[in-house]
Design a protein around this ligand. Structure first.
Ligand code: GLN
Length: 191
C-alpha cells in the first residue's frame, strides 16, 4: 500500500508536518473540504488554536466527515489536534471530535511556563526512547480511560498517548529535527 497522508490545513502548524512526511518520502495532501479525505491512508490534525479549529471544522462541513474517517483510519493529533481528538476538552468553546477516551485541560502545561523544550522518556515499538518535546501552551491530559496507552510521560503525566489506531501528543514533534513520532505513526499504518 502506498500511503497518502492528509494534513488538516484549516489553521495552525500544518506545513511543518508536511515537511516531516516529505523527509520520510511519504506523499501528503492538505485537507480543507470533506472531499479531500477521499483515498487518504491517515490524517494529521496539527497544533494551532482549538477554539478556532473547532469552529472551522463546522464551517467547512468537516466534522461528520472526520468522525466517519476516524472510524476506519488512523488520526494523529498534536497539541490543539490532541484537544480536538479528546472526548472532553473541558471548555465550552471547543467541541472535540471524541476520537479518544480522555479529558484534557487547555493550556494545562502553560501556566507556570508559557512554552518550553524538554526531553521526554517513552517507549515506541517496544523499546525505550528519548524524544525532544516542545510544549507551546500545551494541554494537560487530566483523565483517561482504560483503552488509552501511555507512550511517553513528562513529570509523571502522559504526554504521548494512543488508543486503537489513533495517536496524540500534547507537544510539537514537527518543530524539532527528530523524526521518531512521525515514523512511529507511519509504522502503525502498516500494522
Ligand atoms: N493552547 C492551544 C489551544 O488551546 C493549543 C496550542 C498549540 O496547539 N500549540 O488550542
Amino acid at each position: 500500500m502506498v500511503a497518502l497522508i492528509g494534513i488538516l490545513a484549516l489553521q495552525g502548524d500544518f506545513a511543518r508536518h508536511r515537511s516531516k512526511f516529505d523527509e520520510l518520502g511519504v506523499a501528503t495532501r492538505n485537507v480543507r473540504y470533506p472531499a479531500d479525505l477521499d483515498g487518504l491512508s491517515a490524517l494529521v490534525i496539527p497544533g494551532g488554536e482549538s477554539t478556532v479549529l473547532s469552529k472551522q471544522l463546522d464551517a467547512a462541513g468537516l466534522r461528520a466527515a472526520l468522525e466517519d474517517f476516524a472510524r476506519t483510519r488512523p488520526v494523529m493529533g498534536t497539541c490543539a489536534g490532541l484537544i480536538m481528538m479528546a472526548r472532553d476538552a473541558g471548555d465550552s468553546k471547543v467541541s472535540p471530535l471524541g476520537l479518544m477516551d480522555m479529558t484534557v485541560r487547555r493550556n494545562g502545561w502553560g501556566r507556570q511556563v508559557h512554552s518550553f523544550e524538554t526531553h521526554i522518556e517513552g517507549r515506541l515499538n517496544g523499546a525505550p526512547t528519548s524524544l525532544p518535546a516542545i510544549f507551546i501552551r500545551a494541554p494537560r491530559i487530566v483523565e483517561y480511560g482504560p483503552a488509552v496507552n501511555i507512550l511517553a510521560e513528562h513529570e509523571g503525566e502522559p504526554v504521548l498517548v494512543s488508543e486503537g489506531r489513533h495517536l496524540a501528543m500534547v507537544f510539537h514533534p514537527e518543530l524539532t529535527p527528530d523524526i521518531q513520532v512521525h515514523e512511529y505513526f507511519l509504522k502503525s499504518l502498516a500494522a
